[in-house]
Write a protein that binds this ligand. Structure first.
Ligand SMILES: Nc1ncnc2c1ncn2[C@@H]1O[C@H](COP(=O)(O)OP(=O)(O)OP(=O)(O)O)[C@@H](O)[C@H]1O
Ligand SMILES: [Mg+2]
Length: 270
């Protein structure tokens, strides 16, 4: 479980970036971290990883204040995929890149090999195992970042805008895989995204930041029920929510749910 208690944070210039943030992310939950550009999403997630520390307040991981922690102290528990994939690349080949963290854990070679190949396969990168990571396309580098984090089988995965630079098919494939994994492994997923349809489909809980204030902490479905001022917070209504409102259909999470409801409704044929 990750908790923020009255967290305040500012970078060097001293302008407050996070203002008195308190929230709880329980184990096994899929949470969207939403907000306009510069609202503080990446900054808050960096505090969860001990990449930075609050100026005041506390961040607790499994009940422990992480103020004294370095990112390495949490590497076993929390996987983080950066907004900019170039920042994360260390290895000379895709294989080495994904194996890097596993080698640090001094796991048996056969375990490393299996976990690397599984994660690479899951992200559709098997044909590139021997490639120099920096020569991959932007979308492939993003998936490499996800594979590297997944290979370590973390309890919590923080994904910062990972669907940027992916085509629609790659995006859906990756998210469907991560959604399934989240359910199967009871993994905590923190999804930072500007794609409200992704948030609506793959998360149950949302946190919304607006200029460093936490303005919403509740169910993702209720966030888009047409009552909250989401546009004022810089968010768009998901396409699915707009269709549901037009069709007067409630409680739908995926396009498949919507189709099923429409089929049940009078006069609508599959
Ligand atoms: N290293 C830094 N030094 C100084 N200010 C920073 C730094 N990183 C971010 N900021 C500022 O902190 C605020 C929050 O930035 P942050 O990157 O957390 O926002 P974000 O919600 O992730 O935005 P985006 O959607 O564009 O990724 C912004 O005003 C940004 O300019
Ligand atoms: Mg960001």
């Amino acid at each position: 479980m990750i908790e923020a208690k009255a967290v305040n944070f500012a970078y060097r210039r001293g302008i407050p970036v996070l203002k008195d943030i308190s929230c709880t992310i329980p184990d096994g939950e899929a949470v969207a971290l939403l907000g306009h550009n510069g609202s503080g999403k990446t900054t808050l997630s960096r505090l969860f990883m001990a990449l930075d520390h609050p100026r005041s307040g506390q961040v607790l991981v499994d009940g422990r204040d992480i103020i004294q922690f370095e990112p390495a102290d949490l590497a076993d528990q929390i996987g983080y995929v950066f907004q900019n994939p170039d920042l994360q690349i260390l290895g000379d080949t895709v294989y080495e890149e994904v194996a890097y963290g596993l080698k640090n854990k001094k796991l048996p070679k056969s375990t490393i090999d299996r976990q690397v190949r599984d994660a690479v396969e899951a992200m559709g990168l098997t044909p590139f195992l021997d490639r120099y990571p920096r020569s991959l396309s932007f979308g492939q580098k993003r998936r490499l970042g996800v594979a590297t984090a997944l290979a370590l089988q973390p309890k919590t995965l923080i994904l910062d805008e990972i669907t940027n630079g992916q085509d629609e098919q790659e995006k859906q494939h990756m998210m469907a895989y991560l959604g399934k994994l989240q359910e199967e492994r009871h993994m905590t997923l923190i999804l930072i995204t500007h794609d409200m349809d992704i948030a609506r489909t793959y998360t149950t809980h949302s946190l919304v930041l607006n200029n460093g204030d936490l303005v919403y902490d509740g169910s993702t479905q209720a966030l888009f029920d047409g009552v909250r001022p989401v546009e004022r917070w810089g968010l768009k209504q998901p396409v699915l929510s707009r269709i549901c409102a037009l069709m007067k259909v409630k409680e739908v999470r995926t396009p498949a749910d919507l189709c099923a409801k429409l089929v049940l409704k009078e006069g609508v044929k599959p």
